[in-house]
Design a protein around this ligand. Sequence first.
Ligand SMILES: Cc1cc2nc3c(=O)[nH]c(=O)nc-3n(C[C@H](O)[C@H](O)[C@H](O)COP(=O)(O)O)c2cc1C
Length: 174
Amino acid sequence: MKIAIVNGSARKGNTNTAINALVSGMAGKHEVDIIEADKLNISGCKGCGVCQCHKGCVAKDDTNATVDRLVNADMIVFATPVYWWGMTAQLKLVIDKCYCKGMQLKGKKAGLITIGGAPTDNVQYELISKQFECMADYLGWDVMFDVAFSANGTGDLAGNTEALSKLENAGKSL
Ligand SMILES: Cc1cc2nc3c(=O)[nH]c(=O)nc-3n(C[C@H](O)[C@H](O)[C@H](O)COP(=O)(O)O)c2cc1C
């Protein structure tokens, strides 16, 4: 499979560690495209609707090239830190722009990795997971995994062997 992983974190921290563990579990079986949302220049969706009768978004930034990377993937993974009980703004900018090619994003496999400083029984993980589930239902995605971990300092997840093996196993199962 071609697997696009959107990293919603700006730092080389826990989300990056989680992505590396997932990819290492895949053991080279898949073609992986890591999209660093923070490094992109993507404006907020203005809801102009032009994309609905046009080939893509009218914004002259990284939007169309990024959405095309998702369209070209068989599987899309969103990996995000929790910011204020939700996903990061960087990831949300990418997701909002999926509107311009929504129908071409149907029927994919999908996965979600969420990492926050709070314990995993905090409602924030359920909120992010529900939002992802709604997107997945709307686009007919087959959800392969939806995992959440608690880690705060940049190196915290790297010391959580249980989390790392769960992520490697998620990668192995694909
Ligand atoms: C602006 C900001 C908002 C945050 N909000 C939350 C939050 O609502 N809940 C939480 O558990 N952690 C919150 N955190 C902590 C991060 O989710 C946590 O440090 C996470 O491990 C960061 O992932 P990263 O290392 O991949 O960047 C916040 C951090 C920042 C910088």
